[in-house]
Write a protein that binds this ligand. Structure first.
Ligand SMILES: *Cc1c(COP(=O)(O)O)cnc(C)c1O
Length: 823
């Protein structure tokens, strides 16, 4: 923080009211996370209210840990025991108060503040610009993509008095969100990276989205943008005072005219200013997106009057790395968290928090390097030690000179290596078994070399799962529900292809109430991987009774015969088994029909060992308006059957009927619980709210080879691909065995390369597919191709081959590695 605050100052800034007593401490830390408190007596804990949790629940524990100041909602009433132990600063809304505190800190910072917004490239541009500027200045920047209503204030609290420039990212997802961020950041200089063309969630048009984002720069002195982006350029030049604008362009007149000389692995970037002064830099990239991000960073660095020589030194260290925190399968059953681009304390906190949310493993291992952080090492490493302690790390591998200090604090847990090379030489792969390993450190240490050793080989094709998008979609459906309605999430079929274990684990942290799988062994896997939520099994068989019991799985019972068998089993073993009754109201798949009800009531009486946890039915056409009447009939019949069954019970089971589409279409029938499936994975099948969901999975592959073919050539088996005029094709490392449907052959399907459509040419092969890239310039071997994800929607692909998104999702082969990330 720039300046520590006393309780009374906090009250003044936030308009709050004091309850209890303040000991008058200077508050130099503001925290919203009970596990990240480093100096309890100097911490102001802000109790935020979220969809799943209320920060206020942690207050009693925090008081025990020594925290004495809490910012709380005005309806929070501390109990008598704690009232005299701490100060409770009551405000109307703690999130707003957090923002007010941030705005206040910001107003005390007099050095330049630069802010970045746009659709893509914000985080990379911020990181790269940070790298360039840190050659000459002491730079504060937002950790990761901390760019939201809460992330921005937290970023501001990371600014210290010694910083000479601050770079903050701002991201919004709907109208009205930028104004609060602008009030906090109040940037002097801005960068508008670009505007996506894909979909406009939360905005009525792209223009509106641009104008909303421009609010960030309303009082900025300068705004950097690229004139080659048609729509963005138009709006900016219409809305913003021309004297503030700093433009760059490859094609048009601009403050900086840019040309790129693209080589094998590097590009020479030449910038010519209007007065013809010229700057030349070498950047270690050749692809379009990286060049755009790097050019924004270059123009900003030059605008801040950084010396070109130090800019080049900064450029030499840039690497094209994955900025995201990713979770991947490791060797020996380990789970690997890759955060090799992190280089400060704030980033370390994010990574440790993510680690703490993963399912339990044998040990928690932390591999980390020196942090490249300004300030005194004593203080910084004392904080690192506190953090490590509060997250209960079992084993630490420390790389670097400064981090050696940790071995004084953790003598029995720390192994110390002076350099990354030393660690690689002595790395004993076999010492990692079923561990959770976090690899994190400053980029100079190139710890990705360690990740490469510890991860399972990933071949060309990967399925990336965006956990933030999953959270977003879960919360979208939560918002459709009345308070108290529970959510069962369907993680059958490998969680619709996304990977059941990691998704189930994430849902557990999000606060889902129930999980459902199709078969018993799917449930067993989840239990073996440490998932604790109740799990319903849709289609159990008699042979699995032992497993159901051993692993505490709750079977669906769908016929009198099955009821009786399970009842006998339970009474022979003298155990209670929670069961779920499937009532068939029209699906005609499994389930009790009306005619079974009398028999069912007798069975319920005869086998009290089977405890009915829930009663449900399944709608056959909730996604389609044409079936509206039928759906209502099903729901009516369900209510009738439910009433009958309840009359035989002395307790009340949970009642549920709605799947994802039902949640949207039949809000009056939420009852006790809903069963969320495809919606969580980003497909809103009724089409009513499609833009409000985010794409969760991206299937990617790489280009193995590129060929230029003469007129009349044919491509692939049976000569089905025809190139009468010749052309260029790329061979992709994905085929129907990976789940790329063979029906995409012959131009039915396409992939995205450099953001452009490349149609499939010829037949999809078992492990490979050829696409026509004649229309896409400069493509190279090794580049990525997107099979589906943002910008290439599943529904469109499914329509093209006459199927449904469900099938495409669940068809991805298990040989395709799943990688999870936070963006
Ligand atoms: C799969 C399934 C769901 C979820 O359906 P979505 O359309 O994916 O939301 C709900 N209930 C039952 C019984 C299911 O089998």
């Amino acid at each position: 923080m720039i300046q520590a605050l006393k309780a009374e100052e906090v009250l003044k800034i936030t308009g709050g009211k004091l309850l209890g007593v303040s000991d008058g401490s200077a508050l130099s830390q503001i925290s919203i996370d009970s596990r990240q408190i480093l100096q309890p007596s100097h911490t102001l804990f802000v109790a935020l209210r979220g969809a799943k949790a209320d920060g206020a629940n942690y207050i009693p524990t925090l008081i025990q840990q020594g925290v004495r100041h809490f910012l709380v909602h005005e309806d929070y009433a501390p109990s008598k025991e704690i009232l005299h132990q701490a100060a409770f600063l009551q405000v109307k809304d703690t999130k707003v108060a957090l923002q007010q505190l941030a705005a206040h800190q910001r107003s005390l910072f007099t050095a330049p503040v630069l802010s970045i917004t746009g659709s893509n490239g914000k985080t990379i541009t911020k990181e790269w610009l940070g790298q360039l500027l840190s050659q000459q200045f002491s730079v504060a920047k937002s950790p990761k993509s901390y760019n939201s209503q809460v992330g921005v204030p937290l970023s501001i609290f990371g600014i210290q008095p010694y910083h000479q420039v601050a770079i903050l990212e701002a991201g919004i997802s709907k109208s009205g969100e930028m104004s609060p961020l602008e009030k906090i950041i109040r940037p002097d200089l801005g960068i508008f990276t670009n505007i996506g063309s894909a979909h406009e969630e939360g905005f009525s048009s792209l223009q509106e989205k641009i104008r909303e984002k421009l609010i960030l720069f309303k009082d900025a002195k300068f705004l950097i943008y690229c004139r080659d982006q048609e729509l963005l350029c138009q709006e900016i030049e219409k809305e913003v005072d021309p004297s503030k604008l700093i433009s760059w362009s490859k094609e048009k007149a601009a403050d900086f005219r840019i040309s790129y000389k693209i080589g094998e692995s590097k590009t020479r970037v030449i910038l010519v200013k209007e007065d013809l002064s010229t700057f030349t830099f070498q950047v270690p990239f050749t692809d379009h997106a990286s060049l755009e991000n790097a050019t924004h960073a270059l123009v900003a660095a030059l605008t801040l009057a950084e010396d070109p020589k130090s800019i080049q030194q900064g450029l030499d260290q840039l690497r094209q790395v994955d900025m995201r925190l990713t979770l991947k399968p490791g060797i020996n059953e380990c789970l690997l968290i890759d955060d090799t681009y992190n280089n400060d304390l704030a980033g370390l906190k994010v990574a440790l928090e993510f680690m703490s949310q993963q399912r339990p493993k044998r040990q928690k291992v932390l591999i980390l390097s020196d942090l490249l952080q300004q300030g005194s090492p004593e203080k910084i490493y004392a904080e690192v030690a506190d953090l490590i302690r509060s997250y209960h790390i079992d084993r630490i591998l420390a790389v670097g000179q400064e981090i050696k200090r940790l071995s004084e604090t953790f003598p029995n847990q720390t192994e110390w290596y002076p350099t990354t090379e030393n660690l690689i030489e002595s790395l004993q792969i076999s010492s990692f078994q079923n561990d959770l390993i976090l690899v994190t450190g400053a980029r100079d240490f190139a710890l990705e070399r360690i990740v490469n050793r510890l991860q399972q080989r990933i071949h060309g094709t990967t399925l990336e799962i965006n956990l933030n998008a999953l959270t977003h979609n879960f919360n979208f459906y939560k918002r459709q529900l009345k308070p108290g309605t529970r959510v069962m999430v369907m993680v059958k079929a490998f969680a619709y292809g996304g990977g059941a274990t990691e998704i189930a684990n994430h849902l557990q942290t999000l606060g889902a109430d129930y999980l459902a799988v199709a078969f018993t062994d799917e449930g067993v896997t989840l239990r073996n991987q440490g998932i604790r939520l109740p799990i319903m099994v849709l289609n159990p068989v008699e042979e699995s009774f032992e497993l159901l019991r051993e692993y505490q799985l709750e079977p669906v019972v769908f016929s009198p015969v099955f009821f009786k068998k399970l009842g006998i089993y339970a009474s022979n073993h003298n155990i209670q088994i929670p069961i779920h009754l499937d009532l068939d109201t029209g699906m005609h798949r499994l389930g009790f029909e009306i005619k079974h009800i009398p028999e069912l009531k007798n069975l319920i009486e005869s086998y009290p060992e089977l405890r009915i946890a829930s009663l449900y039915t399944h709608l056959v056409g909730a996604d389609e308006e044409v079936h509206h009447e039928f759906s209502l009939k099903q729901l009516d019949q369900f209510m009738e059957m439910k009433k009958e069954i309840e009359s035989a019970l002395t307790y009340r089971p949970l009642i549920h009927a709605l799947n994802s589409a039902g949640i949207i279409r039949y809000p009056d029938y939420q009852m006790d619980m809903v069963r969320l499936g495809i919606g969580l994975y980003g497909v809103e099948v009724t089409g009513k709210h499609h833009h409000e969901l985010k794409a969760v999975s991206t299937l990617k592959t790489t280009i193995s080879q590129i060929k230029t073919l003469a007129p009349g050539s044919t491509v692939g088996y049976s000569r089905r691909g025809q190139l009468p005029e010749g052309g260029t094709i790329a061979t992709l490392a994905i085929g129907y065995a990976d789940g790329f449907d063979r029906r995409f052959s012959m131009g039915k399907g396409y992939v995205l390369i450099r953001g452009e459509k490349a149609p499939v040419i010829g037949n999809v092969c078992m492990d490979m597919t050829m696409v026509d890239i004649s229309q896409i310039p400069e493509v190279r071997e090794g580049e990525q191709a997107i099979i589906y994800g943002e910008g290439i929607p599943l529904r469109d692909l499914a329509d093209r081959i006459g199927t449904i998104p469900y099938e495409l999702l669940t068809n991805i082969s298990s040989r395709v590695k799943r990688v999870y990330y936070l963006d």
